[in-house]
Design a protein around this ligand. Structure first.
Ligand code: AMP
Ligand code: GLY
Length: 425
């Protein structure tokens, strides 16, 4: 079997590594880390060819942008098996307004909200001023995780709202906004495989969204992750599936949307139980890099079964090892606002030889002389697997310390205080 993975980040590298246990895999456009023969004997490689020109038995689409743009629909129209929703399902991530409409209509617990466009500034200001406990202002469209302001300060929220609606901060993407009340609690990422009917949750993970240690500075795509999350048991996962994921899929089915792929529930574990922050329509990054190394079942069979519309065909539910995994992202200087690229990257091979360590490439490129250089905001994601979170964390940071590029940004608190206790479910 030959699988095509679409994308170029550490998430796609981790997907290729896991799929490569049982199939040959080609990534488009991939990255320099996705290259060579795996221990399984299968090959992984990268190609600049567009996905439509890559021959494969299964296509797995990594990032949200091509999903929102309808790549899955175009491949299915050619008779291909695709893991990833079509444009109609991907709108859950492509439009925050649509997401909130679906959640409200499906009875999914989520933050109080309203949507406004540029002609509605007075109404938007009034809604914001009427919220209690904090303010959240989001661009309606995709903004690479950067279009969301969360604050307790009404003046800051109002200024952000005005800049977004005027089109000065996010251009056209900001001219429509969703305003929400701020929820309090711990965040959790739960990835669910689905064939449109059946839902199969993967192991939960926690992501570190802010650039700085101690949750300081601006939001990023994600600076680290760990799995398992000690406080999150099967009962809590069951509650999320029953109250949040299943009702959403039932709503989509009634709306004629055939959703085959991954539904990623971004959750707030509040004092009154789990509530939905947002859905993503793809694997999360860097949570995937912490989850897949713990997966003992065959990922290729699971993805192929979901793509084929019958997850039951994969047989057993996914099994995860009792080991823990910690992933730490090394980001370029200036990330997330203005990343500076081109720096020489050293120590990747050395880090990769450490016990239990996997170095996934995110924003790297080979220069004309064959040297590895930074080429994106998030440069590498270093995962270590260990007997428990403390051991995995120690190995991950040992590996990170072997890696160097100028201005490298790393959070030093990933998995330092894993979530161990929760309020009511
Ligand atoms: P989103 O792009 O919708 O996931 O938002 C990015 C981040 O903003 C989330 O991961 C949360 O940390 C935060 N956030 C979004 N919505 C809310 C909310 N209603 N209450 C509190 N925090 C939020
Ligand atoms: N880690 C957050 C995301 O993938 O959107």
């Amino acid at each position: 079997m030959r699988v095509c993975v679409v994308g170029s980040g550490a998430r796609e590298h981790a997907l290729c590594w896991a799929i490569g246990r049982s199939a040959d895999v080609v990534a488009t456009p991939g990255n320099p880390g996705i290259d060579g023969r795996l221990d399984s004997g299968h090959e992984m490689s990268s190609t600049p060819a567009p996905p439509e020109e890559v021959e494969a038995d299964l296509y797995v689409i990594g990032p949200e942008a091509p999903l929102v743009d309808g790549l899955a629909d175009r491949l299915r129209a050619r008779g291909k098996a695709v893991f990833g929703p079509g444009a109609a399902g991907a709108a859950l991530e492509g439009s925050k307004r649509y997401l909130k409409q679906v959640a409200s209509r499906a009875g999914v617990p989520t933050a109080r909200w309203a949507a406004f466009s540029s002609g509605e500034l007075d109404g938007a200001r009034a809604f914001l001023a009427g919220l209690e406990g904090g303010y959240v202002v989001k661009t309606d469209g995709l903004a690479a995780g950067k279009g969301v302001l969360v604050t307790g300060d009404l003046d800051e929220a109002t200024a952000d709202l005005e800049a977004k609606l005027a089109g000065t901060s996010f251009g056209e993407a900001g001219r429509r906004v969703v305003i929400e009340e701020r929820m309090q609690g711990a965040e959790l990422s739960l990835f669910c495989l689905t064939d449109g009917h059946r839902v199969v949750p993967l192991a939960p993970a926690q992501d570190y969204k802010r650039i700085g240690s101690g949750d300081t500075g601006p939001n990023t795509g994600g600076m680290g992750a760990y799995s398992p999350v000690p406080a999150v048991d099967d009962a809590l996962v069951g509650t999320v599936v029953d109250r949040i994921v299943e009702p959403t899929l039932a709503y989509l089915r009634r709306d004629g949307v055939d959703y085959r792929g991954l539904l990623y529930a971004g959750l707030m574990l509040t004092a009154s139980g789990p509530r939905l922050i947002e859905f993503n329509v793809r694997f999360g990054d860097p949570e995937t890099e912490a989850i897949l190394p713990r997966l003992e079942s065959d990922l290729t069979s699971l993805l192929a079964a979901a793509a084929g519309g019958d997850l039951g065909a994969a047989g057993e539910a996914p099994r995860f090892s009792a080991a823990a995994a910690v992933s730490v992202v090394a980001a370029a200087p200036g990330y997330p606002l203005t990343p500076r690229t081109g720096g020489l990257v050293r120590g990747v091979a050395e880090a990769g030889t450490l016990e239990g360590v996997l170095v996934f490439h995110a924003g790297t490129t080979l220069d004309g002389a064959g040297a590895l250089r930074t080429s994106g905001g998030r440069v590498l994601c270093v995962t270590a697997v260990g007997d428990d979170l403390a051991a995995a964390r120690a190995s991950a940071y040992r590996a990170v310390s072997a890696i160097h590029f100028e201005g490298m940004q790393v959070r030093d608190d990933v998995a330092l205080r894993p979530l161990v206790a929760l309020g009511p479910r």
